[in-house]
Ligand binder design. Structure first.
Ligand code: 6GU
Length: 242
C-alpha cells in the first residue's frame, strides 16, 4: 500500500519540486508514494476565480475564503488526515511525522496571503500545523518539508539509515556529531576515541556529546529529556528580581 499525498494549493507547479529528485523522487517513480497537486482556484465560482477577500475587522492583507477552501477539501480523497500549513499551527514533531507515515497518506492545505478563514478548521476537521517559529511566504515549502519527513520513513525508501534508533529526536536528544577521513584536515583531527575500535568507549563518548550539544543548542529538548535546568540568557536578571 502506498502513501497518498493530496496538496491543495494556488501553486501546484511547486510540486513535487525537490521531492521529484533523489530519494523521494526515486520512491515516487517506484510508486511508494503518490502525489496529486490540486489548484484551489479551480473551486472558485465567480468570473474572476476569486479565492480570497479582505479580513473581517480590518487589517492588512487578504484571507482565503472558507467556501472555496471547503470545496477544494471536499474534492480530496476521503479517509486521509487533513492538515493545513500555517505559522499559527501546532509545531510539527517527529512523533507526528511517524504517525502520518504509518497511515494511508495526507491531504495538505497550503495557504498564501494572511491565512485561512478560521471556520474551515472545525468545519472540515483540519489540523493546523507549523514547521517552526518564523514566517514563510506560503505553506507550500512547509508542505514539502512535512512530506519529505514522511516519505523517508516509508518502507523501502531509505534502508538501514532510517531504521532510526540513532536519529536526532528519537532518543530525546540531538544526534552525536559525525566525522570521516581524512583523519587530519586543516590541523583538526578526528577524536581519538572514534579511531580506538573500543565500542563501549565510543558509545559512551557519543552519548556524552549528544547530551552536551543538546544542552547547549536545545535547552528546551534537554529539560524535557530530564537534564539539569539550563540557565537562560535572561535568567540571571529574572532571578535577581525574585
Ligand atoms: Cl506551515 N506556513 C507558513 N506560511 N509559515 C510558516 C509555517 C507554515 N511554519 C512556519 N512558518
Amino acid at each position: 500500500m502506498s502513501f497518498a499525498a493530496t496538496i491543495l494549493t494556488l501553486y501546484p507547479e511547486m510540486f513535487p519540486g525537490p521531492l521529484g529528485l533523489s530519494l523521494a523522487g526515486r520512491a515516487l517513480e517506484q510508486g511508494r508514494w503518490s502525489l496529486d497537486a490540486v489548484q484551489i482556484r479551480d473551486f472558485a465560482t465567480d468570473r474572476h476565480r476569486t479565492v480570497d477577500d479582505t479580513p473581517a475587522g480590518g487589517g492588512a492583507g487578504m484571507v482565503m475564503r472558507a467556501d472555496v477552501l471547503a470545496r477544494a477539501v471536499d474534492s480530496a480523497p476521503a479517509g486521509l488526515p487533513r492538515i493545513a500549513m500555517t505559522p499559527r499551527g501546532s509545531p510539527l514533531t517527529q512523533t507526528r511525522v511517524r504517525d502520518l507515515a504509518a497511515g494511508p497518506g495526507v491531504a495538505i492545505l497550503c495557504g498564501r496571503f494572511e491565512g485561512f478563514d478560521e471556520r474551515i478548521f472545525e468545519a472540515r476537521d483540519i489540523e493546523p500545523v507549523s514547521i517552526g517559529d518564523y514566517v514563510l511566504s506560503g505553506g507550500e515549502t512547509a508542505a514539502l518539508v512535512l512530506l519529505d519527513a514522511c516519505i523517508r520513513l516509508l518502507p523501502g525508501v531509505m534502508g538501514a539509515a532510517s531504521s532510526g534508533d540513532d536519529e536526532s529526536f528519537e532518543a530525546g536528544l540531538l544526534e552525536y556529531p559525525q566525522y570521516t577521513r581524512p583523519v587530519e584536515w586543516e590541523g583538526r583531527t578526528i577524536p581519538e576515541v572514534l579511531r580506538s575500535g573500543d565500542h563501549a568507549r565510543i558509545a559512551a563518548w557519543r552519548h556524552a556529546r549528544a547530551a552536551a550539544d543538546t544542552r547547549l543548542r536545545r535547552p528546551d529538548l534537554w529539560e524535557r529529556y530530564g537534564g539539569d535546568p539550563v540557565q537562560s540568557p535572561s535568567g540571571a536578571r529574572r532571578d535577581s528580581k525574585e
